[in-house]
Design a protein around this ligand. Structure first.
Ligand code: NAD
Length: 497
């Protein structure tokens, strides 16, 4: 009988009283790995109250001590890198190498959080008026919440809680109900690193738990990563309840291929960036825009994609794993069928894909369309599967126009040998993360993850300096110290100098 996973409340792993349980399955076999509870009202209240209480003492812990906690945590995460990747691969189906990458990208954020002392430095100006100085400090907000998606169950929780907590906040994590085992293990290691009780709480469940957190008066800030409709709901509801919200949402990322680009580089980068992790990455390339004569490479692209073989996470020859759920697979199959019905040319159809030994897996083969038009659903919707659509244009200007007309703005890349074309593209394109001959330009944690337009609701982005500003408030102190100069009477006007 699969175990019901516990929740972390006030430093204790507690069994939930939930009546409703969610199955966590291995997407390659449908084996039920565990059951996740849907946190009850009382458990949500207890987690919030405990986090609020813990904040009063945690905010007083010296910043270097908070930094040292992150150093120990980073060390433990590295020690448990393989173990975390195995848990992650088991519940997501990602290949082991890709699962290690997911964990690694998170470790890098914990590493960055260990620099919190310099990140928390404020500003000072001496003599803003005669013998008066002004200093600004940043202070934590209170209880912050993180709501995370299924596709990076290590990296995305780690985008959030290490920095929020290093800033002096307490944090409630509500991970995806589809793969909560990795986040639970991350939290266990955080306790082992020395995190005091209540500083990190973990609640499980879906919409009802999220809504209770979004509307609770004791929550100050919400970080969300997930799909567009849920992101819009989170942003609207959270801000309506007067909270600070950053909501990272879906994407449709274009790669622009200039005819002067090195063909072999283009093709191998396109294959990896579109089908890696079965296309279930918010920065996956899902649209290839061939400019001019580069369209002649599409047949070769199809041949290279056809060689990809999905497989079980322990199979070192597998290019990628299954889709996260049967529903996700059916949704992608439906979109592939719609693409054909709408008149796109399907060069490779992965709708019916079998992996020997794993008859029940949510497999999809690599899928490639050409002659795709902007009004087709395979262009308009985020597919989130190993599906690449090809568009053809005559000029770079047309490519820019196409990309800028998209409602999304997460990532894009251009492949070219021309510095002028690349410079023009990076300047003109309305997308927050641009790669030049780099297919998936995810910034490392000392920058920030800067999606734009429909891929992000809010203003301050994830990790880096922007996250420190998101998780803190600025306090400005203006001070003067008296000497023995006689008082010249009350000052009734604003001083002009
Ligand atoms: P999702 O929106 O279904 O779920 C995300 C989280 O929201 C989960 O914790 C889930 O429990 C919760 N949730 C789901 N429905 C809800 C509802 N109606 N009300 C309140 N909460 C709800 O997303 P997913 O399928 O887990 O993840 C895939 C999506 O995430 C893709 O669209 C992908 O592009 C996006 N994503 C974006 C980024 C980014 O940085 N922009 C990064 C990773 C993933």
């Amino acid at each position: 009988m699969p175990q019901v996973i516990p929740q972390l409340i006030n430093g204790q792993w507690q069994a939930s009283n939930a009546r409703e349980l969610i199955e966590v399955t291995d997407p390659a076999t449908q084996e039920v790995l565990a059951l996740a509870p849907k946190a009850t009202h009382e458990e949500i209240e207890a987690a919030i109250a405990g986090a609020k209480q813990a904040f009063f003492s945690w905010r007083e812990v010296p910043v270097p001590e908070r930094a040292r906690l992150m150093l120990r945590y980073q060390h433990l995460l590295k020690e448990h890198h393989d173990e975390l990747a195995e848990i992650l691969a088991g519940e997501t189906g990602k290949t082991f190498a890709d699962a290690k990458g997911d964990v690694w990208r998170g470790i890098e954020v914990a590493e960055h959080a260990a620099n919190i002392c310099s990140l928390m430095m404020g500003e000072t100006v001496e003599n803003v008026a005669r013998e008066i100085d002004t200093a600004s400090y940043i202070q934590p907000l209170g209880v912050c919440v993180g709501i995370t998606p299924f596709n990076f169950p290590a990296m995305i929780p780690l985008w959030m809680f290490p920095l929020a907590i290093a800033c002096g906040n307490t944090f409630i994590l509500k991970p995806s109900e589809q793969d909560p085992l990795t986040p639970n293990r991350l939290a266990e290691l955080f306790l082992e690193a020395g995190a005091p009780a209540g500083v990190l709480q973990v609640l499980h469940g879906g919409r009802e738990v999220v809504d209770a957190l979004l509307t609770h008066e004791d929550i100050r800030a919400i970080s969300f990563v997930g799909s567009v409709p849920v992101g819009q709901h989170i942003y609207r509801t959270g801000t309506q309840h007067l909270k600070r919200v950053q909501a990272f949402a879906g994407a449709k990322n274009h790669m622009v291929i200039m005819p002067d680009a090195p063909k072999d580089q283009v093709l191998s980068n396109l294959v990896g960036a579109s089908c890696g992790a079965a296309g279930q990455r918010c920065m996956a390339i899902s649209v290839a825009v061939f400019v001019g004569e580069s369209k002649q490479w599409i047949a070769e692209l199809a041949a290279q994609m056809a060689e990809l073989r999905p497989g079980y996470w322990k199979d070192s020859g597998a290019a990628y794993g299954p889709l996260i759920s049967q529903q996700a697979k059916q949704r992608v199959q439906k979109l592939i069928a719609e693409g054909k019905a709408e008149g796109a040319e399907c060069l490779l159809d992965g709708s019916h894909c079998e992996v020997p030994g794993y008859p029940d897996g949510n497999w999809l083969g690599p899928t490639l369309f050409r002659n795709v038009k902007p009004n087709m659903s395979i262009y308009r919707e985020e597919i989130f599967g190993p599906v690449l659509v090809c568009m053809e244009v005559d000029t770079l200007e047309e490519a820019i126009e196409l990309v800028n007309a998209s409602p999304f703005g997460n990532g894009t890349s251009i492949f070219t040998r021309s510095g002028g074309a690349a410079r023009h593209y990076q300047h003109a394109v309305e997308v927050g993360q641009v790669g030049i001959n780099v297919p998936i330009p995810v910034p490392l944690p000392f920058f920030s993850f800067t999606g734009w337009k429909g891929s992000f609701y809010g203003d301050l982005h994830a990790y880096g300096k922007q996250a420190v500003r998101f998780y803190t408030e600025t306090k400005t102190v203006t001070s003067r110290w008296f000497d023995d100069t006689p008082v010249s009477g009350p000052n009734m006007t604003i001083q002009l100098k």
